[in-house]
Ligand binder design. Structure first.
Ligand code: HEM
Length: 176
């Protein structure tokens, strides 16, 4: 997993809970370099999961909620890393382009990135339906990222997320 995901998670935890809280969590874990990640490095996904589980244990916040709040925050940070990849300000078009353009370019820039796939079901002016497909099962992070996208462009949306089935996790995003 790209280092930027770890460094941004640290930023958020420090902002919300303070440095000592973050330090306590890191002391509890065995992490690469004692948890000193570089934004441009690549690290085991299992370490991210371990940090999230510890965060849950220390804060008592459910893991899905933690991932959604993190996704909301992460969107603008990912965007500011590569603003040139944003070709539209329409949230539904943007979401489609994450699959057809943005993640494609991200994969070229970082060949070791492991990105999810969106299997697009339908799209019109009001809604975008797709299946989130990834072995990482970070659909709650995806939901938070989509909310972050909506906040960023100030276009309110409703996000319906289904249960995981053999096609992935179904999302229906509607402009409201
Ligand atoms: C609403 C918009 C977006 C959604 C829903 C989304 C979804 C995701 C999800 C769920 C992951 C975690 C990996 C997985 O689930 O398999 C991910 C990873 C990532 N995404 Fe996106 N993304 C969005 C926008 C962006 C943008 C704007 C950028 C950059 C300009 C970006 C770059 C990345 C990068 C660098 C990773 C990390 C890959 C790795 O660690 O190997 N994403 N994305």
């Amino acid at each position: 997993m790209r280092g930027i995901i770890f460094t941004e998670l640290y930023e958020l935890v420090e902002e919300k809970f303070g440095f000592e809280f973050l330090d306590d969590i890191l002391m509890d874990l065995e992490l690469t370099n004692d948890g000193a990640y570089s934004a441009t490095g690549n690290y085991p996904f299992s370490e991210l999961l371990n940090i999230v589980v510890k965060l849950h244990e220390h804060s008592k916040i459910p893991i899905p909620d933690l991932l959604e709040v993190f996704g909301e925050y992460l969107f603008t940070r990912l965007l500011s890393m590569h603003p040139e990849l944003a070709k539209t300000e329409n949230v539904l078009d943007f979401l489609e382009q994450v699959e057809t353009y943005i993640h494609v370019e991200v994969q070229k820039l970082y060949p070791d990135a492991e990105l999810p796939k969106f299997d697009i079901v339908s799209k019109d002016d009001h809604s975008f339906k797709f299946y989130y497909v990834s072995s990482k099962k970070l659909h709650h992070l995806a939901k938070g990222l989509i909310q972050g996208l909506s906040n960023h462009y100030k276009q309110p949306i409703e996000i319906k997320m289904g249960q995981e089935d053999d096609k992935g996790v179904f999302f229906e995003v509607t402009r409201i």
